[in-house]
Design a protein around this ligand. Structure first.
Ligand code: GRF
Length: 190
């Protein structure tokens, strides 16, 4: 059977992208086709390249062009797209070409603390400012609105009153690294 090919879109450090690459290395039915970033200097491009993964950089203008991305993904034989710390809106043409085949990772318990501008530390700052006693991660399908697609899975962590943004960030990263690869695998294979 031909392996399912995933494209990973990432804008920054890419610790989740790298974790996915390691997880699917030598996998019997899923392989990483390439890592795409909208930032030329995103550390993820260098790190993924060192692991032998094809990397691509495109401008914000290019990644806003749905037909460009559809052609690219079709040319590369992509079956699934995983957004791991990718900060641009996905054009609707790409969503229509890959219905329920685009998965996003979000560092809060959606629908809380989602939407435009809610990424990275902005999320954790808002969660702590509201005195929440828990947070978590959401893995969900992507639709035309930021962070509003159907939820696939959520994982929780508790927040101690003394937690600073760095502490919450660590807890969230732990959940992301622990669960994203297996949830992606399960979603693709079932
Ligand atoms: C993660 O917290 C992810 O949930 C969010 O952006 C962060 C990316 O981290 N969407 P990394 O680049 O994978 O290290």
């Amino acid at each position: 059977m031909q392996k399912k090919r995933i494209a990973i879109f990432a804008s920054g450090t890419g610790s989740n992208a790298l974790n996915l690459i390691h997880f699917f290395e030598g996998h019997s039915s899923i392989e990483v086709a390439f890592v795409l970033s909208n930032k030329a200097d995103a550390p993820v491009l260098e790190s993924a390249g060192k692991l032998g993964i094809k990397t691509m950089h495109f401008s914000n203008k290019e990644v806003a062009d749905g037909s460009f991305l559809v052609k690219l993904c079709n040319d590369e034989g992509v079956d699934w797209i995983i957004l791991a710390g990718y900060l641009r809106l996905i054009p609707s043409e790409l969503i229509q070409a890959f219905p329920d085949k685009i998965i996003n990772l979000h560092p809060s318990l959606l629908p809380n603390y989602g939407g435009k501008g809610m990424h990275g530390r902005h999320v954790h700052d808002a969660v702590l400012a509201n005195g929440e006693d828990e947070s978590g991660i959401t893995i969900h399908f992507v639709n035309e609105e930021f962070d509003k697609g159907r939820i696939i899975a959520q994982f929780h962590c508790s927040i101690d009153p003394s937690d600073k943004v760095e502490d919450l960030e660590k807890k969230i990263r732990y959940l992301e690294h622990s669960y994203l690869p297996t949830v992606v695998q399960h979603t693709i294979l079932t």
